[in-house]
Ligand binder design. Structure first.
Ligand SMILES: [Fe+2]
Length: 267
């Protein structure tokens, strides 16, 4: 896969997204996904550069990042929701659309499979065992690049909504409420948080702290997370929501895992 392939696939993807425009513009929720995708691509490039990927691994990872949420547009059009539990698993849906559109037909079978698998696995709890090196790199790059942009999305939502008074800003989760002990325990023990245990906004924010503790695959992702101040944002935000010393303890653990870059920045 070459830079030319990326250009060709990007043009095909853009033409596909254009089919969801009315009067030249995308519905707002689709436009947010398009912006998210651009950011995930930029993050994937940064990870590839930071990790010193060879040109082919970098290209396959970038294309997988571009295509990872392809199904979001059709999901919204068809089901009027991004909630997978009320509609379709959007990773499976994205994988099937990318495959059926034939955008990867000019690539080698190995590259095509690596992109498709990285799209398919991007929202799974774990990446399956036994993947070849190319697929493994693409899959982990997309997952890390996606999380980096999800950090941004939370911060933007905090900045642009009246979340203190409007609980709809965060799916009606109680705003001023202590975290669930089960969430704290899972993060402390570096286990994935069971989403059933999310009861409060603090729980939701702590899930992302949990990613910083044990959910980011590449050192470059951890470095970017630290440089962008995502942990300190969450530490401050959590203090606005609840008053539980366990939250600081987990933020300290995350700081350690991010390379101590932020561990002295307590405020
Ligand atoms: Fe996704």
């Amino acid at each position: 896969m070459t830079r030319d392939d990326i250009g060709r696939i990007s043009a095909l993807y853009d033409a596909y997204v254009d089919t969801f425009r009315t009067d030249g513009s995308l519905p707002d929720l689709m436009a947010l996904k398009r912006t998210h995708t651009d950011n995930v691509v930029a993050n994937a490039r940064a990870i590839a550069a930071g990790e010193g990927f060879d040109a082919r691994t970098a290209a396959v990872s970038e294309v997988a990042a571009l295509l990872h949420d392809t199904g979001r547009y059709e999901q919204l059009r068809r089901y009027n929701t991004f909630r997978d539990s009320d509609s379709v698993d959007h990773a499976v849906f994205s994988h099937d659309i990318v495959r059926d559109q034939g955008w990867l037909d000019g690539c080698s079978p190995v590259e095509r499979k690596a992109v498709l698998d990285a799209v398919l696995f991007h929202n799974r709890r774990d990446v399956p065992d036994g993947l070849d090196a190319l697929t493994l790199a693409a899959a982990h790059t997309v997952r890390d690049a996606d999380k980096l942009d999800i950090f941004r999305v939370l911060e933007e939502r905090v900045a642009t909504t009246d979340w203190r008074n409007d609980c709809a800003a965060f799916w009606n989760l109680p705003v001023k409420a202590a975290p669930n002990a089960a969430v704290l325990a899972a993060i402390r023990e570096q286990r994935p948080v069971d989403y059933q245990n999310i009861r409060t906004l603090a729980d939701f924010v702590l899930i992302q702290v949990g990613w910083m503790v044990s959910g980011l695959f590449y050192a470059t992702t951890r470095r970017l997370t630290a440089e962008r101040g995502h942990l300190e944002f969450r530490r401050r935000f959590l203090h606005e929501l609840a008053d539980d010393p366990a939250m600081d303890e987990l933020c300290d653990l995350a700081a350690e895992r991010l390379g101590n870059l932020q561990s002295t920045a307590r405020m």
